[in-house]
Design a protein around this ligand. Structure first.
Ligand SMILES: CC(C)(COP(=O)(O)OP(=O)(O)OC[C@H]1O[C@@H](n2cnc3c(N)ncnc32)[C@H](O)[C@@H]1OP(=O)(O)O)[C@@H](O)C(=O)NCCC(=O)NCCS
Length: 166
């Protein structure tokens, strides 16, 4: 199966909403919130899209949204998921690497995120990708679960490539 990563467009709203329903078990974005994410100037969403020849009704297999704020070199990973049927195949890592590259292109020097303390898969993925816990967020999620704020320093493109080779 070929999966392409590209920037989300307005017409992705319905597919994004369907993905949001199956990928998260709580704290989901509403259609209206997703619409805002697709349309706000300081947000960037990448989607992972299945090949056009693939006739499966589930076209989008993952997405991630970055938020940028004026006056800071810190970008935020605001939402990030992979369709349950596509998990464990490296797509999450691929999407996150592409989001990091986008953050770098936007001159971000740090990428921050929040993650539930009981989300061991995401925690492990972030840890392996170089994110480190920064702050404990008690009672952070709608069910009262605590979270970790994590962050990663983003090396400039050239240095990141050298670090991968070494
Ligand atoms: C977190 C999530 C995006 C990972 O996506 P994925 O496509 O399964 O991730 P990958 O296949 O790229 O795996 C990347 C790493 O995650 C970890 N991982 C993946 N599946 C795992 C599992 N079942 N158990 C433990 N660790 C696992 C591994 O560390 C893996 O590293 P490796 O490639 O070196 O082995 C996905 O599980 C998801 O969408 N979860 C629900 C939404 C969510 O929690 N989003 C994050 C909110 S902060």
């Amino acid at each position: 199966m070929t999966v392409t990563l590209r920037q989300a467009l307005g017409h992705d709203l319905d597919a994004l909403y369907r993905l949001e329903q199956v990928a998260f078990s709580g704290d989901r974005f509403s259609r209206r919130q997703l619409w805002h994410l697709l349309n706000r100037a300081n947000a960037l969403t990448l989607v992972a899209e299945r090949d056009a020849e693939d006739l499966s009704p589930m076209r989008l297999l993952g997405y991630g949204t970055l938020l940028f704020r004026r006056g800071t070199r810190r970008a935020r990973l605001y939402s990030f998921c992979v369709h349950p049927e596509a998990r464990g195949t490296g797509l999450g890592r691929r999407l996150l690497e592409a989001l990091e590259a986008e953050a770098r292109e936007h001159d971000a020097e740090v990428l921050g995120l929040e993650v539930r303390v009981d989300n061991s898969v995401a925690l492990e993925l972030y840890r392996r990708m170089g994110f480190r816990p920064e702050r404990w967020l008690s009672d952070y999620y709608e069910d009262g679960c605590a979270g970790w704020q994590m962050a990663k320093a983003l090396l400039p493109e050239k240095e990141a490539a050298q670090a991968d080779e070494g």
